[in-house]
Design a protein around this ligand. Structure first.
Ligand code: GLY
Length: 599
């Protein structure tokens, strides 16, 4: 649908780092002139990586639920229909903004809702709050967990064993958000996921291919083999993935809430497997797990309030990057030109230098994340960017003064009719996590323990070389790149919810979506579709997607960058509230997930 966005043509105000405000005309392209377009809907929008799960959320909106009900229903449904990306055995982060008073429905007396209320950030005519449901290292985890006798990281154990599993948080996090901020009864919100698990998910070509790609991992586990490889071959397009054990687990959650997962038969199945197979998670670890309500971080980017979550989420690094590049007029030099991409990549390296060396789980005491976003801190960092020459990782790492002291995943974005926004990213880490399905409970286990620094100087599966601040310790949450993000109009009214899978590329994916939308004025679909780059300090190179021109790559080489062509990075799911009514939604074309057959 082609809807001219006349309001985009208004001048915008750009706030400089020193608080100087200057008015300027952005290089706005009219939406109808662009090659790709978002879909429009009059009564809310759900953007998710798989259509049956998106429909589960839309059902909640049609039934009078709000954005929280829809996001929770969709994420539970994704745990059934995209089992390689997310699931009950994983964790993640949720960020919501709702208009009016909260929490909803008189459930505010519950202790977790009272705690959440205390962490709300008032903004415009409503308030925002985050839920950190990242997995937690079990009580028996030690800093040298994955080191062998020679002190080398045992990659197999760090990623493919029961020890690679941290205590799952998805159920506690989604339930906390829904209980405190949703409108519908929990059994109604879980019904679509239960139905999908019982009646079966039609197997698409993509899913069958992903099973083939994961066959070594999955066939090594008897329960996964039985579930996904009946007769020894991967489920084929046209067949159905039936998950009766997962349906029963979801029913226990629908009836018993957290106790349906963290106690009783589900907990016994999980801890029994751990005890048998050398895993660390005990019944006490499950009983102790709590999702954390968190106050979002806020910055202003070109006059727009932008909200994201503090560590262990990747939100702080995203906000640092936005602040770093804000005054650089990146797009006056042209979308994806070398003059634009060079300072962008340098900023990415500096932000990852700080992320990888200084950030970790702050525990229950919120860290002073704001100090990373203060004008002085940002200006000091920005001064390190050489406009004409790449500064190598060796050079940056050799100057610790630079540091102030101090995929598979999936994302859902929802806008409801009242302008409520929810962004939720959840994951079991790699595709199919560690490949191990809990017998009797039917869900795959995460291998997020690999997101900790197993050893200083040793890269994890995403090539991230991280520091002591992210070391393994009992009860800690590993540092993540998951970055659910909300953007508001300058008057505080809700505008965009976005986020992405992509491991360490999540932060830079969200960054480029926002720069393209806000800085260039591309419509949301074009902003998502534009080719992206990624740089994370180490490995010291720019990864680039198809669509960056050969001339640009040559100019980047001349500035000293090493380059690596990447497969498509990230898969942003985004929604946008339209001022005139309704909302836009965009599914990233990089991982469009076809339906196996019309239902
Ligand atoms: N497991 C990848 C991340 O959370 O960043």
């Amino acid at each position: 649908m082609r809807t001219p966005l006349a309001w985009l043509l208004l001048p915008v105000v750009v706030a400089g780092p020193g608080g100087v405000a200057l008015a300027q005309q952005t290089n706005v392209l009219q939406e109808r002139d662009q090659r790709t377009h978002p879909v429009w809907g009059p009564r809310g929008m759900v953007a998710a990586g798989e259509p049956l799960a998106a429909e589960a959320g839309a059902r909640m909106l049609r039934a009078g639920g709000n954005a929280v009900d829809a996001a929770v229903a969709t994420t539970f449904a994704l745990s059934v229909s995209l089992p390689h990306s997310t699931g009950l055995g994983g964790g993640g982060f949720l960020l919501l903004w709702l208009p009016g008073a909260s929490p909803a429905l008189g459930r505010s007396h519950l202790p977790e809702c009272r705690q959440a209320r205390g962490r709300e950030l008032p903004l415009g005519r409503g308030s925002a709050v985050g839920v950190d449901f990242r997995e937690v290292a079990p009580a028996a985890a030690r800093s040298d967990l994955f080191l062998d006798a020679r002190g080398t990281v045992d990659r197999q154990r760090a990623t493919r064993s029961l020890q690679s599993t941290a205590v799952p948080g998805t159920v506690a996090g989604l339930l906390l958000a829904q209980r405190c901020y949703g409108r519908l009864p929990l059994p109604q919100v879980l019904a679509p996921a239960i139905q999908l698990a019982r009646r079966g998910v039609p197997v698409s070509r993509n899913f069958s291919q992903s099973l083939q790609a994961g066959s070594v991992l999955l066939k090594a586990d008897p329960t996964s083999r039985q579930l996904f490889f009946p007769g020894g071959v991967p489920l084929q397009p046209g067949q159905r993935l039936l998950q009766p054990q997962l349906a029963a687990t979801l029913e226990r959650i629908a009836q018993g809430g957290n106790a349906g997962f963290y106690a009783g038969p589900t907990a016994e199945a999980l801890t029994g497997l751990m005890a048998q197979g050398g895993g660390l998670i005990t019944p006490a670890d499950l009983r102790a797990y709590r999702a954390r309500p968190v106050m979002p971080l806020q910055i202003s980017f070109r006059g727009h309030p932008v909200l994201a979550l503090p560590p262990p989420s990747g939100g702080l690094t995203l906000l640092q990057l936005l602040r770093l590049v804000e005054p650089q007029e990146l797009y006056s030099t042209g979308l994806n030109s070398a003059a634009t991409l060079h300072p962008l990549a340098e900023a990415m390296n500096l932000a990852y230098l700080q992320r990888n060396n200084l950030l970790g789980d702050p525990g229950d005491t919120p860290i002073a994340a704001e100090r990373f976003l203060e004008d002085d801190a940002i200006q000091r960092l920005r001064a390190q960017i050489n406009p004409s020459r790449h500064r190598s990782a060796v050079e940056l790492l050799a100057k610790p003064a630079l540091m102030q002291e101090g995929s598979d995943t999936t994302h859902v974005s929802v806008a409801d009719r009242q302008g409520g926004l929810v962004a939720v990213t959840s994951s079991i880490n790699f595709a199919y996590g560690n490949g191990i399905t809990v017998p009797g409970a039917g869900f795959l286990l995460n291998n997020q323990m690999d997101d900790f620094s197993a050893k200083i100087g040793s890269p994890n599966a995403f090539g991230l070389v991280q520091g002591r601040a992210n070391g393994i310790a009992p009860g800690r949450r590993p540092l993540s790149s998951m970055t659910p993000t909300l953007v508001f109009r300058p008057d505080g009214s809700p505008w965009i919810a976005t986020g992405s899978p992509g491991g360490s590329r999540i932060i830079t994916t969200v960054l480029q979506v926002l720069l393209n939308r806000i800085g260039v004025g591309l419509n949301l679909a074009a902003a998502v579709a534009a080719p992206r780059i990624h740089s994370q300090l180490l490995p010291d190179r720019i990864e680039w997607e198809e669509g960056i021109s050969a001339d640009t790559l040559q100019l980047l080489r001349e500035r000293g960058h090493a380059l690596q062509r990447a497969v498509a990075m990230g898969a942003a799911q985004s929604v946008e509230v339209i001022r005139g009514g309704g909302s836009y939604g965009v599914n990233d074309p990089r991982r469009a997930w076809e339906l196996a057959q019309p239902e």
